[in-house]
Design a binder for this molecule. Sequence first.
Ligand code: G
Ligand code: G
Ligand code: MN
Ligand code: NA
Length: 250
Amino acid sequence: RQLAQDLRSGLALGQIRPFYQVQVDARSFRVNGVEALARWHHPTRGILAPAHFLSIASSNGLVAELDDVVLKAVLSDMKSSASPLKGIRVSVNLSADRLDDPELTAKLDGYDIPPGRLSFELIETIFLDSLSDQVRQNIQAIKSFGIDIEIDDLGSGHASLLGLLELRPDRVKIDRQLVTPILQSVPSCRLVGSLVDIARALDMEVIAEGVETLEHANVLAALGVHTLQGYAFGRPQSFADLSARLDQEI
Ligand code: G
Ligand code: G
Ligand code: MN
Ligand code: NA
């Protein structure tokens, strides 16, 4: 209860801000995007990852507000002068709650969204039931704002091929659990290759998550994965640290 109260005020006070994890082109290893990941800068407990507050947010109806707070902070970071985010794509996680929210279009209307620069990561569970009319409508709205659609954690849950065919996302992110074993297991490796083929059939780009070593990176590149994300290229970091890092790369 106390934590839910803290979270409510933390959201209002700007204590929840995004960290950023880089994504790199699989051939050049150059940064081509970042994923924004919520962090709670708690006054006494330090910086908390979503594992410490996402379920509290969820059980108290605060997830949509969390998504909102993070999106606003991302848009502000994108606009700040000399922002390292200027030339790259930024992916923001969007909860199933938010995707099903009748207010989403009005919210997006209220923001100054730079077309072609932003993606929303949707979790696979949106496919659990057949897509609701509200979800369909919101997805059209998202696309009309020039925001890309990505399916997060592909392979761990429920994305049906029919769902992908209907939704036509711009990108899919292959779940870390499928990526980790590719060096030890030939079937795992082939499976990732097959997912790349499926993605290509639907004109989707592929991001591999949880890329922890350069050996993984090289195999994934050979399998045709477009973009890599994982500790091999960097952990989620503050906007200031990201700025410093990207300044160095140029
Ligand atoms: O940063 P970390 O890997 O601990 O994040 C764990 C999970 O929390 C991510 O996989 C993501 O699904 C979720 N998450 C992170 N930031 C956000 C956010 O802003 N909104 C929502 N809905 N989920 C988030
Ligand atoms: O949105 P999603 O749940 O996919 O968020 C990615 C999560 O995975 C974040 O919590 C991030 O901290 C974590 N993560 C990112 N890269 C790696 C990695 O290389 N290895 C592991 N174990 N976790 C990672
Ligand atoms: Mn994600
Ligand atoms: Na993910």
